[in-house]
Design a protein around this ligand. Structure first.
Ligand code: HEC
Length: 118
C-alpha cells in the first residue's frame, strides 16, 4: 500500500515536470506561431489579383482545383507559367492587370493555384 502511494506521488511529480517542460517550449516558440498562418501569401495575392477571372474561368482562365484545366498548364513548369503570367498569355493580361506585382508574387499565386489541384 505504502509503495503504491509513493509511486503515485512520484508519478504525479513526473507529470508535473513534463507539463512544465512542454509549457516552456510552447511559450518560447509562441512568437513564431502567433503569426496568422491561416491564409498563405500566395492565396492572398490570388484573391486580390487573379480570382476575378480564375474563379469563374473568364475567357477560359484555368480554375484552381480543376485538375483537367491545371494539369496541362502545370506540366509546362512553374518558371514558364510565371513568365506567361508576367508577360501575358493568350487572353491573360500581363500580371493579371496589376503592374505592381513582382515575379515572386506571381510565383506565389501560381503555386497556390497549382496546389489546389489535389
Ligand atoms: C482578366 C482576367 C485574368 C486575370 C485577372 C488573371 N488571369 Fe490568369 N489567365 C486568364 C486567362 C483568360 C487565361 C488562359 C489564357 C490562355 O490559355 O489562352 C489565364 C491563364 C493563366 C495561367 C496559365 C498560363 C499558361 O501558360 O498556361 C497562369 C499561370 C495564370 N493565368 C496566372 C495568373 C495569375 C498569377 C494571376 C493574378 C496575378 C492571373 N492569372 C490573373 C485570365 C486572367
Amino acid at each position: 500500500m505504502h509503495v503504491t502511494k509513493i509511486l503515485s506521488v512520484l508519478f504525479l511529480l513526473l507529470l508535473g515536470l513534463l507539463s512544465a517542460c512542454s509549457k516552456d517550449e510552447s511559450s518560447s516558440s509562441a512568437g513564431a506561431k502567433s503569426a496568422p498562418a491561416e491564409v498563405s501569401a500566395g492565396e492572398e495575392i490570388y484573391k486580390k489579383n487573379c480570382k476575378v477571372c480564375h474563379a469563374q474561368s473568364i475567357n477560359g482562365a484555368p480554375i484552381p482545383g480543376n485538375k483537367s484545366m491545371w494539369e496541362p498548364r502545370a506540366q509546362k513548369g512553374v518558371d514558364v507559367l510565371v513568365q506567361h503570367a508576367s508577360e501575358g498569355f493568350g487572353l491573360m493580361p500581363p500580371k493579371g492587370g496589376n503592374v505592381d506585382l513582382t515575379e515572386s508574387e506571381l510565383r506565389q499565386a501560381i503555386e497556390y493555384m497549382i496546389a489546389q489541384m489535389q
